[in-house]
Design a protein around this ligand. Sequence first.
Ligand code: COA
Length: 166
Amino acid sequence: MIDVGQFVVEKMTPAEINEVRQIETASFSTQWPSDAFYNELHSNRSAHYFVGKVDGKTVDYGGIWVVMEDSHVTTIAVDREHRGRKYGDILLGHLIAEAISRGAAWMTLEVRESNAVAQNLYRKYGFATVTVRKAYYSDNNENALVMWAGDLRGELYRNRLNAMHG
Ligand SMILES: CC(C)(COP(=O)(O)OP(=O)(O)OC[C@H]1O[C@@H](n2cnc3c(N)ncnc32)[C@H](O)[C@@H]1OP(=O)(O)O)[C@@H](O)C(=O)NCCC(=O)NCCS
């Protein structure tokens, strides 16, 4: 039994953007443009962003794009002090469930080749590496692994999610 305390996942609103950007700054070597989250929330109908909160404080965030059967994890990060407590795991599960509920049949994402922690998380959810994008990250020319999970609406995948979350 995983004790996740008072952790709750909610839709992201503009009120959380400042906290989200603090987590982003502490988590990634490059940041999105300052208006990117606002634009995603207001102007991108394919975009769906969520935050995880503990006692009202934002401790993680993540987003997806869903277009027809295709979905993509655009970002996910957990506040450093709150890592290793299943918050990233639960949030990714939520993003996948949201994508499935909106008709997605598969999901892709990019992850730095050196980011073993995130790759472990993605593999837990059935993602596998399908290709490598050479020098995808311009800050250090690091390669990106493109990971993919398919047949999200199939019985096998549903069983996988049920086995993880009961
Ligand atoms: C990747 C990240 C979101 C994981 O979130 P988290 O809340 O710390 O992870 P969780 O506690 O939910 O753990 C989920 C899984 O991640 C993996 N994981 C987590 N911490 C790990 C560690 N220290 N070493 C190896 N694997 C680890 C494991 O597979 C774990 O599942 P398990 O506990 O059943 O083994 C978080 O580390 C983070 O924000 N990293 C910086 C931003 C980032 O890299 N985002 C992804 C960009 S592609």
